[in-house]
Design a protein around this ligand. Structure first.
Ligand code: NDP
Length: 291
């Protein structure tokens, strides 16, 4: 069996186009331009690059960005005051505090300080709490997990009743994606570093979401014939090319292509979806502010 590739880049572009059209329509109707504030604390180059990518995509769809850069030694109080200022700014509809924060800052308190109606990253404890409760609807869903579900939906994958295995239980990917799969009526197994017989558990999966951060950990003989694979893992490994490195997922892609029915590649899989979902959330935040 030869798997089909789920083209995350193409799906993300499609979502971006949808957001762009809706932004243009609301601006033409005299409604405010959606605004996203990005808060970068400290000078971590990877975080700075992610923020730049987000601003660039905002510009492409007509969302205004407001960038706040703060020093790594900022106090907890000053940072929370900055968030409060952004909460009060009517031009800012969404607030994204780039994580991780430098050591010494209390991430949970900062996330809690964000107005829940501006929490476009979906990490406010209230949003996550609602996600974990039956019948409660979060205002926003976290971008990467929501992107995984969107890829499944737009690829026509039936989640109801499927055996879904999630590798990883982090706050930003594994746990929320597992909760979203439960909400879609999948039967979900969450695996982590203490799981026994990982290959045996993975072999039960109709849908596999891999988010561990170990290059090509999942081997071909761990996979059930016809499994659908969403590979969130983004791992930099040495390569015999000009750059000297390449990106690989948590799943052995070549092997998966022989056994699975659908597979996301790395790159051009889940990665582009994260920003696409953030744009969608920012538009939603602006719509919520319309009243
Ligand atoms: P974390 O390091 O926070 O979590 C990794 C999880 O994997 C933990 O729950 C850990 O278990 C589990 N784990 C680690 N080793 C093993 C193992 N040998 N067997 C089983 N489980 C294991 O990572 P993140 O969730 O932040 O990210 C995961 C991957 O996804 C990374 O490659 C990251 O780069 C990528 N990523 C991609 C994004 C995108 O494409 N937009 C966005 C975010 C992340 P335990 O809890 O027991 O420690």
């Amino acid at each position: 069996m030869g798997a089909k590739i789920i083209d995350g880049q193409a799906i993300a572009n499609q979502i971006q186009e949808e957001v762009k059209e809706k932004v243009a329509a609301r601006v033409a109707a005299g409604k405010p331009v959606p605004g996203l504030a990005t808060v970068l604390v400290g000078g971590d180059p990877a975080s700075a690059m992610y923020v730049k990518m987000k601003q660039k995509r905002c510009a492409m769809v007509g969302i205004e960005s407001f960038h706040v850069e703060l020093p790594a030694d900022i106090s907890q109080e000053e940072l929370e005051n900055k968030v409060a200022e952004l909460n009060a700014d009517p031009k800012v509809h969404g607030i994204l505090v780039q994580l991780p924060l430098p050591k010494g800052l209390d991430e949970e308190r900062v996330l809690q300080a964000i107005d829940i109606k501006k929490d476009v990253d979906g990490f406010h404890p209230l949003n996550i709490g609602r996600l974990a409760q039956k019948g409660r609807t979060p205002v926003f869903l976290p971008a990467t997990p929501a992107g995984c579900i969107e890829l499944l939906l737009r690829s026509g994958v039936e989640m109801e009743g499927a055996n879904a295995v999630v590798l990883g239980r982090s706050n930003i990917v594994g746990m929320p994606v597992a909760l979203l799969l439960v909400e879609r009526n999948a039967t979900v197994t969450i695996c982590h570093s203490r799981t026994k017989d990982l290959p045996g558990v993975v072999r039960q999966a109709d849908i596999l979401i891999a988010a561990v951060g170990w290059p090509e950990m999942v081997k071909g003989d761990w996979l059930k014939e016809g499994v659908v694979i969403i590979d969130v893992g983004t791992n930099k490994v040495e390569a015999d090319n000009e750059k000297g490195y390449k990106w690989v997922g948590d799943v052995d892609f070549e092997a998966a292509m022989k056994v699975a029915s659908l597979v996301t590649p790395v790159p051009r899989g889940v990665g582009p979806m994260t920003i696409a979902m953030l744009l969608q959330n920012t538009l939603k935040a602006a719509e919520l502010a319309d009243g």
